[in-house]
Design a binder for this molecule. Structure first.
Ligand SMILES: Cc1ncc(COP(=O)(O)O)c(C=O)c1O
Length: 435
């Protein structure tokens, strides 16, 4: 029997459409979900870009069960438990060199707020308190809290919520279909879009700017791959002007692009990195900010009995999340999952790019195990064509995600080649049905 659907106000959902035709997931294992009607659904998006090791992994399940029985909660302020330190240490070991400190949160959105606050506070503790301005990017997604939507650049996430944070500016997005459509991997054109940061420095003066935040690969805004040289150029401009560079790696973290972090895939080290999702394989909510040692160390002054950073959450480093995180990192290591996307990316790229020429496909983008297939919008009804494809594919047993008119793919990193073929075949058939 289906539950009463009325009371639950669903997040980022067309509530009325959903409740007329609910999609209720009941069970998951490996590469699949099953819904409450018994339909088997191939997971083409790792849940929501988070179940990187696939579903129902035994080590993770066991670790959560054991931890719940052993200790349910430990206060994180002026107290701690051993697994918090173990997990921070393990995360730091796979992070880019020099990024040795880890601050725990409960979500990507909280990681973003934390990183923005850290950046502003960092300049202040160094006596540079005029650096308060934050720079984001058009089409950026940094979660849904006020800091995140202020630096974010998706109009639907911003326009309803008033004036947002003051002192925020944006550089332009990197999407350039006229020059880059159907690029395999990183597009060739657009490194110069980073130079817009120089214009903002000229406008505001570097002495007022704390940080720039970008997603190395923008996911929620339709899978935008950084043009060759773009992130390098952004890094150079930040260095030149003493501006901190924050990479939002909430979707790119933990193996999605072929290395543990996109920073390593693209060879650019930020000052702070926000993560969540794959940190616990999506099993228990958890996020983190991974920070350069020098940034952390700048806070470690003044009398030793005083709190250095007035920030944290009741559930920071929750024992269940830490247990899940440790077991997740074990699973990734045991199965080589943090580099598996790199091994599969050639096969994956060829498969998704074989959709070129199918009805209404206007661009295809890919990196690691991320794909974006952009469709021409239905005249006067943007987002509807892709949403219809999503609904159709669900009926047929494939879960994808749509953002705007882009169908996004980000399967669990355990995917086999045959399952990549299956996803692409099902998508091809859906595109033909929708024509
Ligand atoms: C780049 C990025 N930042 C932040 C977030 C927000 O994460 P959460 O939904 O866990 O708050 C997301 C979520 O998709 C994301 O893709």
């Amino acid at each position: 029997m289906r539950p009463e659907l009325d009371a639950y106000w669903m997040p980022f959902t067309a509530n009325r459409q959903f409740k007329k035709s609910p999609r209720l997931l009941a069970r998951s294992s490996g590469m699949h979900y099953w819904d409450d009607q018994g339909r088997q659904i191939l997971d083409g998006v790792a849940g929501l870009w988070c179940v990187n090791a696939g579903h129902g992994r035994p080590k993770i399940v066991q670790a959560i069960q054991d931890q719940a029985a052993e200790m349910d909660f430990a206060p994180p302020f002026q107290m701690a438990h051993p697994k918090a330190f173990e997990l921070a240490d393990r995360v730091a070991k796979i992070a880019p060199a020099g990024m040795g400190k880890v601050f725990f949160t409960n979500s990507g959105s909280e990681s973003v707020e934390t990183a923005l606050k850290m950046a502003i506070a960092y300049h202040r503790v160094r006596g540079d308190a005029s650096r308060t301005r934050l720079i984001g990017r058009e089409r950026g997604y940094h979660g849904v809290n006020f800091g995140g939507i202020s630096v974010g650049g998706i109009v639907g996430n911003r326009k309803m919520f008033g004036t947002l944070l003051a002192g925020v500016d944006h550089i332009r997005h990197t999407h350039d279909p006229a020059r880059n459509a159907f690029s395999v991997g990183q597009p060739a054109h657009g490194a110069e879009y980073a130079d817009e940061l120089e214009q903002l420095v000229a406008l505001h003066d570097a002495s007022t700017i704390a940080a720039v935040i970008v997603e190395p690969v923008a996911g929620s805004t339709g899978v935008l791959i950084p043009p060759q040289g773009y992130l390098q150029r952004l890094r150079e401009i930040c260095d030149k002007h003493g501006i901190l560079l924050i990479f939002d790696e909430v979707i790119t973290g933990f193996g999605r692009t072929g290395q543990p972090f996109a920073a390593q895939t693209f060879g650019v080290t930020p000052d702070l990195m926000t993560v969540a999702k794959g940190l616990t394989n999506g099993c228990v909510p958890m996020g983190a900010v991974i920070v350069k040692d020098a940034i952390h160390d700048a806070f470690m002054n003044g009398p030793e009995h005083l709190i250095e950073f007035f920030h944290g959450y009741t559930y920071s480093a929750h024992p269940l999340a830490c247990a899940a995180g440790l077991a997740t990192l074990d699973t990734y290591a045991d199965e080589g999952l943090l580099t598996r996307a790199g091994e599969l990316q050639g096969y994956f790229a060829e498969a998704v790019h074989s959709l070129k020429g199918e009805p209404n496909v206007i661009d295809i983008r890919n990196i690691g195990l991320v794909g974006g297939i952009e469709l021409a919008p239905l005249p006067g009804e943007p987002t509807k064509r892709a949403f219809n494809v999503f609904l159709d594919l669900y009926e047929k047993g494939l879960m994808v995600r749509t953002t705007g008119d882009t169908v996004a793919l980000s399967p669990p990193l355990i995917i086999e080649r045959g399952q990549i073929d299956q996803i692409v075949d099902m998508l091809r058939a859906a595109l033909r049905r929708a024509a």
